[in-house]
Design a protein around this ligand. Structure first.
Ligand SMILES: [Ca+2]
Ligand SMILES: [Ca+2]
Ligand SMILES: [Ca+2]
Length: 461
């Protein structure tokens, strides 16, 4: 989404500077673009290497049903470009953010059949191999669901999607139910019986919730009325815990898409929600910290102490730059249960920040970690998208798919203006870049590794 500067967005991040320095010190060299062959990095490891990716693919459309129509034929150029990026990186597990949800899951199926399952490319950059995900998941989200209340306090409670301001009064910003949804594609089975979703968890039920304040009144934390808080869900879309049966391990993929911390006023209601949406997963993986949390089936608590996980998604928060509440992503990056290095990076992001200038020149985060190409008056390019395994899952390699301008693959990401703003946010594929991490699943049974190795070796690439 396009972003604007918020007056209250000036950041004072004393503690965060230390994090930034540490990240820079241990950063691995940027991998060019993720298109390298998959064989390196795995041969000397017993067990399997699994590639996790997150991609805010901007496969959202202005009207309900449009994405299904667009994906019903192989002719949508933006979807084809998104699919080509996926085929070049070839993740084993892929989260797509901004993938409109439809109740019949038609878009989920059509993107596989008409885009991922067919080759893309051209003579200049070469053609790609289809990629098939046997397992996939999507579910309803809060975006575009009418709340019945005047959540942006402009004096009108808009409940008709045809009326202006509908999205601002919805449970999550969206023009219709399902806009900006999520989808997960996996080459590994999803343990469906143990999926947990947190679409309906109420913000007020998080202890110490950072509920916004109406600065025009003396009462604290009163932007939302008690009646509004009784229905106000924390997750702007949804938070899903998907247990995947990987070779030798179950790994919980924890996905979400916290709301952009902008499009609000001095009360910073979206920034505060973004902070607590990020906090949800931090509490979830911290033993004893999530007793308050209940999922959509009423089961309480967080992840078991020794469970493996990978947190993935567009967090809409850079550690140092942009408009999010200071410390928002640090809740994850500094969590001792989370592994954040080597941090995915790219040479394309470094080049883009230098070429585009503006706000980028004043940024404090190292541009090699940027994952989104936002407007350069404000906020500039940001590190918004993350793949964060637990500390017990070693990261072998990682990168952001952001080719430099001289790379034959550059047209896949391109620049703002290559598309109209309604398609890919103005880019050939998306204003965000795909981020991937290779995780090592060590064999847990020394001397009995035949099963795990065979499992890894027989997977088609
Ligand atoms: Ca309103
Ligand atoms: Ca107040
Ligand atoms: Ca930019």
């Amino acid at each position: 989404m396009s972003r604007r500067l918020k007056q209250a967005g000036a950041l004072a991040l004393a503690g965060a500077l230390v994090v930034g320095a540490a990240m820079g010190a241990v950063a691995a060299p940027a991998a060019a673009d993720g298109s390298q062959h998959r064989s390196d990095g795995r041969s000397h490891h017993r067990g399997a290497t699994v590639r996790f990716a997150t991609f805010n693919a901007s496969l959202n459309r202005l009207t309900e049903g449009q994405l299904v129509r667009d994906l019903s034929t192989p002719a949508d150029q933006q979807a084809a470009t998104v699919a080509e990026i996926v085929q070049r990186v070839r993740p084993d597990v892929l989260l797509l953010n901004e993938f409109d949800f439809d109740p019949s899951h038609a878009a989920l199926r059509l993107f596989q059949d008409n885009y991922l399952s067919v080759p893309h490319g051209d003579a200049a950059r070469g053609t790609t191999m289809p990629i098939s995900y046997r397992y996939r998941f999507t579910a309803p989200v809060n975006t575009g669901v009418a709340s019945g209340f005047d959540l942006n306090n402009n004096g009108v409670a808009v409940t008709d999607p045809a009326q202006p301001g509908y999205g601002d009064d919805a449970l999550g910003f969206g023009a219709y139910p399902g806009q900006f949804g999520l989808a997960v594609y996996s080459r590994y089975p999803i343990d469906r019986r143990h999926i947990r979703t947190f679409q309906r968890f109420l913000w007020k039920d998080m202890p110490g919730a950072r509920l916004p304040d109406d600065p025009a009144t003396a009462a604290p934390a009163d932007w939302y009325s008690p009646a509004e808080l009784a229905v106000f869900r924390l997750s702007s879309k949804s938070h899903w815990d998907l247990p995947l049966r990987l070779p030798g391990e179950t790994v919980h993929v924890l996905v979400s898409h916290p709301t952009p911390p902008v499009f609000d006023g001095p009360e910073d209601r979206n920034g505060l929600r973004n902070f607590d949406e990020i906090r949800l997963w931090s509490d979830y993986v911290t033993p004893g910290a999530a007793r308050y949390l209940y999922d959509d089936r009423g089961r309480r608590g967080g992840l078991p102490r020794h469970a493996h996980f990978v947190i993935a998604g567009d967090e809409n928060s850079d550690p140092l730059d942009g408009d999010s509440v200071p410390g928002a992503t640090q809740q994850l990056l500094d969590n001792p249960r989370v592994a954040s290095t080597p941090m995915p990076s790219s040479a394309g992001a470094v080049e883009a920040a230098a070429l585009q200038g503006g706000a980028n020149a004043r940024h404090r985060s190292d541009p090699q970690f940027d994952t989104a190409d936002f407007g350069d008056t404000a906020p500039g390019n940001l590190h918004a998208d993350y793949v964060l395994p637990d500390a017990g899952l070693p990261i072998l390699r990682s990168a952001v798919f952001w080719p430099t301008t001289t790379d034959p693959l550059y047209p896949l990401t391109g620049k703002f203006g290559d598309n109209p703003p309604s398609v890919g946010n103005g880019f050939p594929s998306s204003d965000h870049r795909l981020v991937w991490v290779d995780v090592s699943l060590k064999d847990r049974h020394d001397g009995d590794d035949e099963h795990g190795r065979r499992g890894a070796g027989t997977r088609s690439r």
